[in-house]
Design a binder for this molecule. Structure first.
Ligand code: GRF
Length: 205
């Protein structure tokens, strides 16, 4: 029987991991032809690592070193090795709060994606939903994009709008954006699975 290869992915995150959960749930349900090989966090007690354990996915804490917004060079080289050892073909950033540089970008060209809670190029950076509220926007949303060496920058892959309601608070708006993020990110990953999944003959499969 002919089957698509499941795309091996690695997920990097620093926080609560609701996007990670959405992805792992869809994989478990068979709705996403990916295989989560590894979840890595730069934060020792990040809930995203507990989540990986809950789903039985290999996970690791990567001590980030002395910088606040990036990894030390040797540590980023180590990150590349961990992902390669796990056979990862697509790196999915899910709330990973560090900017990646040459070791990762060279090792995984056009294979690192990120999700951001605004309609990029508007409102890169922290708390983008608050930025949209303060700017008096009536519509914001979320964006999935390839990662480059700049913050929340890189070729756009998909966007979806979210209306800002007159009585929205930062919390209510962020919550609605996250619901859309979970759908959009999975949809983009599904496209990668289709593009890079290979047909193979499975005996007795
Ligand atoms: C998301 O809002 C994402 O857009 C941004 O970081 C947040 C991560 O949230 N890059 P979660 O940890 O997936 O809940």
């Amino acid at each position: 029987m002919s089957r698509m290869k499941r795309l091996p992915i690695g997920i990097l995150g620093s926080g609560k991991g609701s996007n990670c959960r959405a992805i792992l749930e869809r994989i478990r349900l068979g709705d996403l032809a990916a295989e989560a090989r590894l979840v890595i966090s730069d934060v020792l007690d990040a809930p995203i690592l507990d989540m990986a354990r809950e789903f039985g996915v290999a996970n690791a804490y990567l001590p980030p070193g002395k910088f606040r917004t990036r990894l030390e060079l040797e540590i980023e080289v180590q990150l590349v090795q961990m992902l390669r050892d796990a056979g990862v073909e697509l790196v999915v950033l899910a709330g990973f709060m560090r900017v990646l540089h040459e070791p990762m970008l060279t090792a995984f060209p056009r294979r690192i994606i990120n999700i951001h809670p605004s309609l990029l190029p508007k409102f890169p950076g922290l708390e983008a939903w608050k930025q949209a509220l303060v700017a008096g926007e009536t519509v914001t949303g979320c964006t999935v994009h390839y990662v480059d060496e700049r913050i929340d920058h890189g070729q756009l892959l998909a966007q979806e709008e979210v209306k800002i309601l007159p009585n929205d608070t930062a919390e209510s708006l962020h919550a609605r954006i996250q619901v859309i993020e979970h759908e959009l990110y999975s949809a983009v990953i599904a496209e990668f699975c289709e593009k890079y999944g290979e047909s193979s003959q499975q005996v007795g499969g």
